[in-house]
Design a protein around this ligand. Structure first.
Ligand code: NAD
Length: 514
């Protein structure tokens, strides 16, 4: 399709995706019937213009949706898991049919470049495929019993309706990681998307609604576009939702974790990262350079797995930094829907301010900006990605500034490098570039990287859905997507069956009655 050049193209895209156009050029979307919340504007970060206005849900609307998710669960949990998998398979088919337009909408609303927008939709498709296979593999263990003529086994049951809270930077993929796995596990769900990306959520929901009504399973997947302070808070306090899966800043996770913990619910927390790449003297420098640039400036530095710190051996430091600065100089920053653009805008004005403040703090603390950092003089929220020469003692380095700032530091020994890398509160993603097998293994050892993701000769970002995704420490400890992450969406039941005629007690305990 033709790249969008103006709001006219935007309106055409929205119409193709089934959203109603208004006379003003923007699009009014009434999703829940007679919703009681305020109007929310969806902004194109590349222009600062309004793409659409969305009527948000009120607390009363939330109640209706929560009750729907609760009652739908009563039947959905009893449907055989492979039949639930068939619903997810059909959602995957529908997403394939809409991949290009949906990817473009992701680009429009988040500012990520075209291939990343489409990549995000592909990630949804991938997790659908994974979940379909999983729907025939939700197996438990059989365990040897210490008691004669007894059998012990574990089985996994659906846990209930759950809440999914998502961040702006992966507006639909992270929902799909949760939703598709939860659906085959037999859970129903309520999704609260980021207020920055309501439109993408509405379009995805409408695609899912079409499949759900065709397959007679409405009420499994639900969406509430609402304020964090009323609908969001109501959701995390809601005892009908035994599990809340929340993706976003560590600050948000601290709040969600505390509220859900107080009611002894479960939380999957996917929070901020402060990811580092270590470059050693034996590294393939071309690979290390490409990986660093993609990890540091991809999605304009707005990935949870963005490389924010680069730790380079002192013997190669100057040469590597010089190549990096040159590479930054050739980055094409611009309209994210244009072919060839590598860096789109930040999400909003606030993100630009945060970046500016962080760069000022870095300089005050002894850092030196060696590339970028200037706002582009044009509409939208564009900035040049920045490189800052830094030292590990600077406190600003411990913060996740959700913008493209890369702090570069020297190290002497690989022990030092790993210590610098682990010396922050967050623990999401990490990487080492080395051709020395000892260094690689040290990085992956128990006293190596303390992160949920540890890569060798691969940058920090761009995970596959087949692995469990998530991080430690202030990143929240949650795991989503592949491997056995599905277990978090189910309740485990240990069952012991006695086929004998006596009642032996475990641990040899005697309790003879009569
Ligand atoms: P954010 O914390 O501002 O918001 C995330 C979501 O939480 C939004 O939907 C928001 O409305 C909601 N929220 C905030 N307070 C709430 C409350 N009290 N109750 C209920 N909901 C509440 O984050 P953001 O700016 O949208 O996203 C960027 C952050 O997300 C970064 O820190 C990034 O690292 C993180 N992130 C982490 C992962 C991961 O998997 N670890 C993935 C993507 C993004």
């Amino acid at each position: 399709m033709e790249p969008i050049k103006d709001m006219k193209g935007t309106a055409e895209l929205l119409a193709r995706l089934g959203l109603r156009d208004s006379n003003s050029g923007a699009c009014e979307v009434d999703w829940i019937e007679n919703p009681g919340g305020r109007l929310l504007e969806s902004i194109n970060p590349a222009t600062g213009g309004v793409i659409a206005r969305v009527k948000m849900a009120s607390l009363e609307d939330y109640e209706y949706v929560a009750a729907t998710a609760e009652t739908t669960f009563l039947n959905w949990r009893n449907l055989p898991a492979p039949q639930r998998g068939e619903v997810v398979r059909q959602i995957g088919v529908a997403l394939r049919e809409n991949k290009e337009d949906l990817g473009l909408l992701v680009t429009l609303e988040t500012g990520k470049i075209r291939s990343e927008g489409e990549g995000e939709v592909q990630e949804m498709i991938d997790i659908c495929d994974f979940a379909v296979g999983l729907s025939r593999q939700l197996y438990g263990l059989t365990i040897a019993s210490e008691r004669s003529q007894h059998r012990m086994m574990e089985q996994w049951h659906p846990i209930g309706p759950l809440g999914i809270i998502t961040a702006f930077n992966f507006p639909v993929a992270v929902w799909a990681w949760n939703a598709m796995i939860a659906a085959v596990c037999g859970d129903t769900m309520i999704w609260k998307p980021s207020p920055e990306t309501p439109l993408t959520a509405i379009v995805v929901q409408s695609i899912v609604n079409e499949v759900a009504s065709r397959l007679d399973c409405r009420g499994v997947f639900n969406l509430v576009v609402g304020d964090a302070n009323d609908v969001g808070e109501r959701m995390i306090h809601d005892r009908r939702l035994p599990l809340i899966s929340a993706t976003g800043s560590t600050r948000m996770g601290e709040r969600v974790g505390a509220v859900v913990g107080r009611r002894l619910g479960r939380a999957i927390l996917e929070l901020g990262g402060n990811n580092a790449i270590i470059v050693t003297p034996t590294a393939d420098f071309d690979m290390a350079l490409r990986a660093t640039v993609f990890a540091a400036v991809g999605t304009a530095g707005q990935r949870c797995t963005t490389a924010r710190r680069l730790i380079v051996h002192e013997s190669i430091y100057d040469g590597f930094l010089e190549r990096l600065v040159n590479a930054y100089g050739s980055l094409r920053i611009g309209d994210p829907w244009e072919e060839g653009t590598l860096v789109g805008p930040l999400i909003n004005e606030r993100a630009l301010d945060t970046m500016k403040n962080a760069l000022e703090a870095a300089v005050e603390q002894g850092g030196r900006v060696v590339a970028g950092g200037q706002r582009l003089e044009r509409p939208g929220y564009f900035v040049e990605p920045a490189i800052v020469e830094a030292n590990p003692g600077m406190t600003i380095i411990g913060e996740e500034t959700f913008a493209p700032i890369l702090y570069v530091m020297r190290y002497e020994t690989v022990d030092d490098a790993i210590a610098i890398q682990n010396g922050v509160a967050q623990g999401l993603s990490s990487a080492i570039f080395t051709n020395d097998v000892r260094e690689a293994e040290q990085f992956l050892a128990p006293d190596g990287s303390d992160c949920g993701i540890a890569n060798v000769n691969i940058g920090t970002s761009g995970a596959e859905i087949g692995g469990a995704f998530g991080g430690e420490k202030a990143t929240g400890g949650g795991r989503e997507a592949g491997s056995d992450s599905w277990k978090a969406y189910m309740r485990r039941q240990t069952c012991t069956i006695n086929r004998g005629r006596s009642l032996p007690l475990a641990q040899g305990v005697r309790f003879d009655v009569g």
